[in-house]
Ligand binder design. Structure first.
Ligand code: NDP
Length: 289
């Protein structure tokens, strides 16, 4: 522990909160920890953390108060019990949540005299403090700059903007891309397994295929930003004509089409609206409500 390093408090010692607290300890910060179920403080106390009996005690001990609970509803409940005890502190909430929740929590913090940064962690606990972890932060830029060095022990620090909702938005958008990919991979595995092709064998084809397709994303992004979706690669007309083959094959092979049926509806809508010559990038516009 180094006396020159800012005192950090960590509220919430689940898998992620424990990894965050351990990283601060490893970097030499004095760390106070609090968890609803006190038993989880044990391993961190063994690493040099001070246990707080109450959340208010932990808040009082820290300059930077890092919060990592399961949901932002849990965070709001906890903040309500703290009230003005947060006054003068910087709350850094790394709980996964929505942009709207982040804005509400930020407004609550301001009303109670605290600075607030919202964060979105792009790592699993084992990656915290390592070279591939990073965290999005949003809120007042000077608050971010004042705490950046401390927060950097967790991983890279990416400032998403002064609107407190932007860290959550970036986080959720990255995870949206991930979930889309995972669902496609699982559907492909489910399909090949109907003919006893092992998923492990098929993944050797799937991984390079998806990687090659993903290399087109920067071009799709240019089309989305410019609104110029005309393509000479693969038109919506061609995709709309082919897509019934996917749904029919899923049904014929005994695989649920439920994940992919909505895509047929979007392709049909694209054609109805006259976008047959456009590429798949048009879908980002069609999804906008
Ligand atoms: P865990 O389930 O391991 O921990 C949840 C934590 O929230 C525990 O400390 C739990 O306390 C606490 N908690 C739950 N409800 C309440 C409540 N009502 N009041 C006070 N404390 C409460 O989850 P993780 O640590 O894995 O995740 C924490 C956050 O980090 C989540 O928002 C998650 O989405 C996010 N995250 C997690 C990642 C991961 O890979 N694990 C990756 C990126 C983000 P108790 O021990 O008493 O139950």
């Amino acid at each position: 522990m180094s006396p020159n390093k800012p005192q950090v408090s960590v509220l919430g010692l689940g898998m992620m909160g424990s990894a965050l607290a351990a990283a601060f300890l490893k970097a030499g910060h004095p760390v106070t920890v609090w968890n609803r179920s006190p038993a989880k403080t044990g391993p961190l106390v063994a690493q040099g953390a001070l246990p707080a009996e109450t959340a208010a005690e932990a808040v009082a001990a820290g300059n930077t108060v890092v919060v990592c609970l399961l949901t932002n509803d849990n965070v709001q409940e906890l903040f309500d019990t703290l009230g003005d005890a947060v006054s003068g502190k910087t709350l850094v909430n790394l709980t996964n949540g929505t942009p709207a929740q982040a804005r509400e929590l930020s407004a609550w913090a301001t009303q109670h005299g605290a600075d607030y940064l919202d964060g979105g962690i792009m790592a699993v606990p084992q990656m915290i403090g390592g070279p591939h972890a990073y965290v999005f932060y949003s809120g007042p830029q000077q608050t971010f700059e004042a705490h950046r060095e401390t927060l950097a022990v967790l991983g890279g620090t990416k400032f998403a903007g002064t609107d407190p909702g932007l860290a959550a938005l970036n986080d959720l958008a990255l995870l949206t891309g991930m979930y889309g990919m995972v669902l496609g991979v699982m559907q492909a595995f489910a399909l090949v397994r109907t003919e006893n092709i092992p998923a492990t064998e098929f993944s050797e084809l799937l991984v390079p295929w998806i990687s090659a397709m993903l290399a087109g994303a920067p071009e799709w992004a240019k089309a989305v930003d410019s609104g110029e979706h005309l393509t000479d690669v693969s038109s919506l007309a061609v995709n709309q004509a082919a897509f019934p083959n996917f749904l029919a094959t899923f049904r014929d092979q005994g695989v649920s089409p439920e994940l992919f049926e909505p895509f047929q509806a979007i392709l049909d809508r694209a054609i109805e609206q006259g976008y047959e010559a456009d590429g798949l990038s048009r879908i980002a516009d069609l999804l906008k409500k």
